[in-house]
Design a protein around this ligand. Structure first.
Ligand code: PRX
Length: 645
């Protein structure tokens, strides 16, 4: 397709209607689901819960004492049983649950029966190490099947897992282990990244020097790298698995028992342990997964996220497996060994549903259409995006070159805290507008409000909130109810604040504009400005630092840092790189600033608050906004002039 056609599509500001053929076969075809859910929200979620297998039925759908919710009160179930055991009764037993594609093109298929065996055995390994219901287990693994196996094994015995993304540093890992007081750590001898090896075990060893709660480390052999194994503490996964018994009965969990903790960045330096429980979470992720991706028995579903993020939890592991889907799991990056890697995988496994991130799409755009064009993508039928607002250009490109104008795109808005997708089209029903995540899922009440928490009229913008509790909502911040209440419910009583700004248009469609708090969204990953700032200030040369998110063509936003050096410290060659490396060491490469700018002073209000808004104006070359509250207006003028130079 020519560039002209692409331009044309962009200009038309078009609405994309579901194709008749797609509509006729869609999982949800009738708009009355919205009305039904609207008129009886709890009835809707009660009915949705029947899709799961319960050991004991719930007595009440919701118990709501704002802001604390209990869903499916009295119900008993097990997440791993729902993801595995119940599929073994019929032919799904031999269906591929996980198709694993290694970075080097090696492949491994786990049927539901295989998965059952692996998960049961590993659950027994954990038990043999004294892990009991309620004990926390930290998982620090690459994108290999053992990551999913470990999560499901924890779920099986009722031990909440805390997965830490493999790109996080030793220090970030240590803090997360300590906050959760994890008893066991599961890691690997390394992970492959573009042909080299990331030393996960070495990071783990460094982390453990400051993490006393961990009694045992289980090490998966993936790269074959030489690693240090501490006698009595460290055990090889494969050796333990050899000895383990094959049956491990699933623990009967209360609907409100904790399923996992997942750390996410907030506005302070300390990441928050977002707590999800079992019943509501499983109902939310499995329902949304089926309806939004229009899941069919024969689909081959591929979500390109990492299991270290919420997308991996909800839409690689729990949602799809609860639905008995075939899930592709890929270990590597999109450009290794070549820039057509994703399309090679789609072709190889005849992927039908592809769920990825706007930043990836923009990268593919930059590389040009020849890579997808060289592969057979005719199997694709639904495309999804998540993690940040998708710009209409990227949407149209995705639709044109990947979907070949046949596939609906589901733009899914949600968060670590929401657990499940909150806004997205139902692809057989909803008209699509490029750049809008369209409308709330049935039974979800999202609104745009003003400063006073009052809904704004159609056509205007404000703060994005959730009005009513929803099944997969976070229950608290691990060990910190106060922080939970203040962060999410502190602005307007009984209303959940997302941290995002949004507008809704005349048709009631939502357009999420991005974070309005001090959180930066880099390539769909949340990074707190305060975290990067404290990493910078930790460097001996730095007195003070202020970080902002700066628009970036591919990443959406990039971190830019304004730094003042300590008295007597001179800027020197290499200092910028040293500071960038320091941030990567403290947090992980994902937080590394793109730009560091030295300044004698930072613009502050009279009460000493750094005005990041003005720093953003400077970094993006805009006219300066209101400077009247500054203690010293000349600071920002000087800074602007210096920056432009
Ligand atoms: O700002 C929104 C953005 O990502 C934030 C949530 O980040 P995280 O908890 O890391 O979860 C990402 C994956 C669910 C949101 O507050 N965001 C996520 N999806 C979208 C989005 N912004 C616009 N459109 C989306 N589809």
């Amino acid at each position: 397709m020519g560039e002209e056609r692409l331009e044309g599509l962009l200009e038309e500001n078009r609405v994309f209607k579901p194709g008749a053929e797609f509509q006729a076969q869609a999982a949800v075809q009738e708009g009355k689901v919205y009305e039904e859910a609207e008129s009886d929200r709890l009835g809707f979620w009660g009915k949705a819960a029947e899709r799961l297998s319960w050991f004991r039925p719930w007595e009440k759908v919701l118990e709501w004492e704002p802001p604390f919710a209990q869903w499916y009160v009295g119900g008993k179930l097990n997440a791993s049983y729902n993801c595995i055991d119940r599929h073994l009764a019929g032919w799904r037993r031999n269906k591929a649950a996980i198709i694993f594609e290694g970075e080097h093109g090696d492949s491994r298929v786990l049927t539901y029966q295989n998965l059952y065996r692996e998960v049961n055995k590993f659950a027994n390994v954990l038990k043999s190490l004294g892990v009991e219901k309620g004990d926390r287990v930290t998982i620090y693994l690459p994108m290999i099947p053992e990551a999913a196996i470990a999560m499901l094994a924890c779920a099986r015995i009722g031990a909440p897992h805390s997965v830490v993304f493999g790109g996080f540093s030793a220090e970030a890992l240590r803090d997360r282990i300590n906050d959760a007081q994890a008893k066991v750590l599961i890691t690997s001898d390394g992970s492959f990244r573009r042909g080299s090896v990331v030393p996960l075990k070495e990071n783990a060893d460094t982390a453990l020097a400051g993490a006393g709660s961990v009694e045992h480390v289980i090490v998966v052999q993936r790269t074959g790298s030489e690693v240090h194994m501490q006698e009595g503490r460290d055990l090889w996964y494969h050796e333990q698995m050899q000895k383990a018994a094959v049956e491990c009965p699933p623990e009967e969990m209360d609907a409100e028992d904790m399923l996992f903790i997942l750390y996410t960045s907030g506005t302070t330096g300390k990441p928050k342990g977002v707590v999800h429980t079992t019943g509501g979470y499983m109902v939310g992720v499995s329902t949304t997964h089926e309806w939004i991706f229009d899941l069919k028995e024969e689909d081959v579903y591929w979500c390109t996220a990492d299991v270290g993020w919420i997308t991996g939890h909800s839409y690689i592991v729990y949602g799809p497996l609860a639905n008995g889907a075939t899930v592709v799991m890929y270990e590597g990056t999109p450009d290794y060994p070549a820039k057509d890697r994703f399309w090679e995988i789609v072709e190889k496994y005849r992927v039908t549903i592809l769920y990825t991130a706007p930043t990836a799409i923009r990268t593919f755009m930059k590389w040009g259409p020849s890579y997808p064009e060289s592969r057979d993508l005719s199997s694709l039928r639904v495309l999804g995006t998540v993690g940040e607002p998708i710009n209409p250009e990227a949407w149209i490109w995705y639709h044109t070159y990947i979907g070949r104008e046949r596939c609906p795109i589901v733009d899914t808005w949600w968060q670590t805290e929401t657990g499940m997708i909150m806004m997205a089209p139902l692809p057989g029903l909803t008209d699509l507008k490029p750049g809008s995540c369209t409308v709330p899922f049935p039974g979800v009440k999202v609104e745009v409000v003003d400063h006073d928490g009052q809904p704004v009229p159609k056509g205007s913008g404000g703060y994005l909130v959730v009005r009513e509790p929803w099944p997969a909502m976070l229950r608290t911040v691990y060990g910190d109810n106060d922080r939970y209440v203040q962060t999410y419910w502190g602005n307007w009583p009984g209303i959940y604040f997302t941290g995002d700004g949004a507008k809704w248009d005349q048709d009631g469609y939502f357009w999420v504009l991005g974070r309005v708090d001090d959180v930066i969204n880099v390539s769909g990953h949340r990074i707190g400005t305060a975290e990067v700032e404290s990493a910078l200030v930790d460097h001996p040369a730095v007195a003070e630092a202020a970080c902002i998110g700066k628009n970036h063509e591919v990443k959406g936003q990039a971190v830019a840092a304004f730094v003042t050096l300590k008295e007597g410290v001179e800027t020197r060659n290499g200092l910028v790189d040293e500071l960038k490396a320091h941030v990567a060491k403290k947090i992980g490469a994902l937080a590394r600033p793109d730009d560091i700018f030295f300044t004698a002073e930072l613009p502050k209000t009279r009460s000493g608050k750094i005005m990041r808004r003005l720093l953003r104006d400077i970094a993006e070359g805009r006219a300066l906004g209101d400077t009247t509250t500054l203690a010293d207006a000349s600071v920002v003028q000087t800074l602007k002039e210096q920056y432009q130079e």
